[in-house]
Design a protein around this ligand. Structure first.
Ligand SMILES: *[C@@H]1O[C@H](CO)[C@@H](O)[C@H](O)[C@H]1NC(C)=O
Ligand SMILES: *[C@@H]1O[C@H](CO)[C@@H](O)[C@H](O)[C@H]1NC(C)=O
Ligand SMILES: *[C@@H]1O[C@H](CO)[C@@H](O)[C@H](O)[C@H]1NC(C)=O
Length: 353
């Protein structure tokens, strides 16, 4: 992989102070976070931030628009599949599934949410504390279903994937006055870091032991952010300031992970960093078989996402596999599979049996 550009900034990641536990099978994957990992929870709440309509999901099994923000599967689906569990992870609020399905993995994620409660308020989506509340309700159902002793063991063996933070900056801090007048950028990162730490501690307190905290992507290169440059007369290049914030915040999360591994007995937590692989796809799309990384497939590829990315939009590309981005904010299924592979081999391998 061509990461030469990042030499010097690259940090040692994916280490835990625990040895790899050989032979322990992960019985399921439990997901918390935002649209990067929401498999359809927002379909069942009142928000405009939805994707349960065509062309979303057009390359998913059956061409179904599940509420995933992509043309097909998302990163957590590929990870579940690679662990030999199941090919997709259902959304907790989807009434067509029940505990028999959720016992082998479930997503509590909600597109548009963040570590900061004020972020989830922007589009009236599920705040992180509520995702945790749903998870506690799920634990009760799992104890009824498996029996308390087996359920408790299963809860400790599940792999918990946490992926959010982009919206705290792009949908909240850099856009709205409340947090940016209250906190400096550094203070806001500390505030989010404390929220992330509090979340991990709460998960740990209710029995979770194997966890991954996802880092931020190079969010200044999302087509929507690049387009803001076009409006101001630029050439649509990446917003370097946002990329630096992503790297700073990632370093903070990594420090947090090191600290938790030392402090919390029996925890095995890794920091899964998608930054380098996503940046590499953006810089060298042809190396991965893509022809375009600056614009998205949907619509003009510059700003459409959610309801703007509709079947009525005549500009949508015909082959999403040629694009890194599906809509102006989210990767295609093909990019998701590359990200998942990278994360699996670089960070999650300690959890593979
Ligand atoms: C769960 O759904 C399946 C159908 O997919 C059904 O057969 C089963 O009875 C349901 N189980 C519970 C506990 O509701
Ligand atoms: C399961 O875990 C819960 C919560 O920690 C605890 O109250 C309960 O006693 C445990 N049950 C068994 C059978 O281990
Ligand atoms: C978010 O709100 C919940 C519920 O009111 C509260 O318990 C939690 O501390 C808040 N989190 C942050 C980071 O402000």
């Amino acid at each position: 992989m061509c990461n030469n550009l990042l030499v010097g900034k690259k940090i040692v990641e994916g280490k835990t102070n625990n040895k790899k536990v050989v032979g322990v099978v992960v019985p399921g994957i439990i997901v918390f976070g935002d649209s990067s990992v929401d498999s359809g929870n927002n379909n069942h709440i009142s928000t405009i931030l939805k994707s349960d309509f065509s062309p979303y999901g057009r390359d998913f099994e059956g061409g179904k628009a599940t509420g995933r923000f992509s043309n097909g599967k998302i990163v957590t689906d590929f990870i579940s599949e690679a662990f030999g569990i199941k090919p997709t992870i259902p959304a907790y609020l989807d009434p067509s599934y029940n505990i028999t399905h959720f016992a082998s993995g479930v997503s509590f994620a909600s597109a548009g949410t963040g570590y900061d409660n004020a972020t989830s308020d922007v589009f009236s989506v599920i705040p992180l504390w509520k995702e945790l509340q749903y998870y506690k309700e799920y634990q009760k159902k799992l104890r009824d279903y498996l029996g308390p002793s087996k359920a408790n063991h299963t809860i400790s063996q599940f792999l918990y994937l946490i992926s959010l933070g982009t919206n705290d900056f792009l949908e909240n801090y850099f856009l709205l006055p409340q947090r940016s007048s209250q906190f400096s950028l550094q203070e806001y990162q500390n505030f989010l870091g404390r929220a992330a730490e509090g979340f991990v501690r709460e998960l740990y307190a209710v029995g979770a032991r194997k966890m991954s905290i996802g880092g931020l992507p190079p969010m200044g290169c999302l087509p929507l952010e690049r387009s803001s440059r076009l409006v101001f007369g630029g050439g649509g290049e990446c917003v370097e300031k946002y990329n630096r914030v992503a790297m700073d915040f990632n370093a903070k999360l990594m420090g947090l992970v090191e600290m938790m591994n030392k402090e919390l007995k029996g925890i095995q937590i890794v920091f899964s960093n998608p930054y380098d692989v996503v940046y590499d796809m953006i810089l060298h799309p042809s190396y991965y078989g893509f022809s375009n990384s600056g614009r998205a497939c949907c619509g003009t590829g510059r700003f459409e996402m959610g309801f703007m990315c509709s079947k009525m939009n005549p500009f949508t590309c015909s082959d999403a596999n040629k694009y890194v981005f599906w809509d102006a904010f989210h990767p295609t299924q093909k990019a998701n599979s590359i990200i998942a592979n990278h994360i699996l081999h670089t960070y999650l391998s300690v959890f593979l049996p």
